[in-house]
Design a protein around this ligand. Structure first.
Ligand code: ATP
Ligand code: LTN
Length: 329
């Protein structure tokens, strides 16, 4: 049996090249060597308010983008988190073994709760639900961007704590970060991670942005007051542009240096934009195909949920019996 991989993306806005380079691109590569489950984590998205009508269309859009990026539903399971109730069920049991102190150290909670007028307790519990997503399937590997490393450490701690309290139950998962593109920064502010929920029009390149919009956003990207690329002292904005290019082009460091050293920023921005446009073009045309076929997406999501539900239910029953809860005969 192949080891299992699980990962997820929130349907909380427009997916961007950070999501692609940090997560989706790696997911596609792992499909052939592992049994993969890729999840649209709608229950995570509602830890902050989402407009109901928009959320539903974002769930569908995110699923279509998974497929357009190259996730093959014949070999990988694509699921919507809330359609497999065992995620929420296991999350409750794990909540009971997770000390509040561990959760209050999470930097994402601190950052997100600062932006809210009232903070729902779901936002605090967010990493426990994420641990449940992973441990439910006994996943060995979790491919994510760098911002999720702390949540993954917590998942490992929760698994180990449960195993030591109740006996060996969970596989303790490993984090898998991409070599380049693990942390794509905002184009308007290269000190901030590119994020779906940042409002600025020039902040992120969405996967469905048309070529002209991509060119404009790169043309306006923040650099510094130098005229050209100097590898001896790269400004964060310039380093970010080079990283984006390298992650898409998959060029080695030496080629990057010899090609870009001394290049004027205007030309650098043009070349990065054309690289990104060229790489997104096949994804965008597959997206149009997928979304023009009525019923196709729902069929994939139903199949995915049907395929994984028995695995998920078996773990919930195992956890119940370990904890001494009643397991329905
Ligand atoms: P939100 O702003 O709603 O929190 P997000 O843009 O941070 O959204 P998530 O749904 O939280 O995106 O993340 C999905 C996946 O994309 C995760 O694996 C995450 O690590 C990765 N990811 C998100 N932003 C980046 C980024 N800027 N660079 C690299 N990877 C990223
Ligand atoms: N918290 C993650 C999304 C997420 C996830 C997961 C990632 C929810 N459940 C399980 C990997 C495995 C984020 O990207 N913000």
């Amino acid at each position: 049996m192949k080891p299992r991989v699980l990962s997820g993306v929130q349907p909380s806005g427009n997916l961007h090249i950070g999501n692609y380079l940090g997560a989706l691109k790696n997911w596609v590569r792992l499909q052939h060597d592992y049994e993969c489950i890729y999840c649209i984590v709608d229950l995570h998205a509602v830890t902050v308010y989402q407009e109901p009508k928009e959320l539903l269309s974002k769930i569908r859009e995110t699923a279509a983008l998974f497929l357009a990026a190259g996730i093959d539903p014949k070999i990988s399971s694509v699921i919507v988190q809330s359609s497999v109730p065992a995620h929420a069920e296991l999350a409750w049991m794990l909540t009971c073994v997770t000390p509040m102190g561990w959760l209050s150290r999470m930097t994402q909670f601190k950052a997100k709760s600062e932006k809210q007028e009232t903070v729902g307790s779901g936002l605090f519990q967010y990493p426990v639900l994420m641990a449940a997503d992973i441990l439910l399937y006994q996943a060995a590997i979790v491919p994510v961007g760098d911002d999720q490393s702390q949540h993954l450490e917590l998942t490992r701690d929760v698994a180990q704590r449960f195993n030591s309290l109740y006996g060996d139950t969970f596989v303790v998962p490993e984090t898998k970060l991409p070599a380049v593109g693990a942390r794509v920064m905002g184009l308007d502010d290269p000190l901030k991670k590119m994020s779906k929920s940042e409002p600025g029009a020039g902040h992120a390149i969405a996967l469905l942005d048309p070529p002209d919009v991509i060119r404009k956003k790169f043309a306006r990207a923040t650099t510094d007051s130098n005229p050209c690329v100097d590898f001896g002292g790269l400004a964060p904005g310039v380093e970010n542009l080079l990283n984006i290019f390298q992650a898409f082009a998959e060029w080695p460091d030496e080629r990057m240096r010899s090609h870009f050293a001394g290049m004027r920023y205007g030309e650098l921005k043009k070349q990065v934009a054309e690289m990104v446009i060229g790489r997104l073009e096949p994804l965008q045309s597959r997206y149009r195909e997928i979304t023009s076929e009525p019923g196709y997406l729902d069929g994939i999501l139903r199949e995915g949920a049907d395929r994984v539900a028995p695995l998920a239910n078996a773990t919930v029953d195992l956890v119940k019996s370990r904890m001494g809860l009643y397991v329905r005969p």
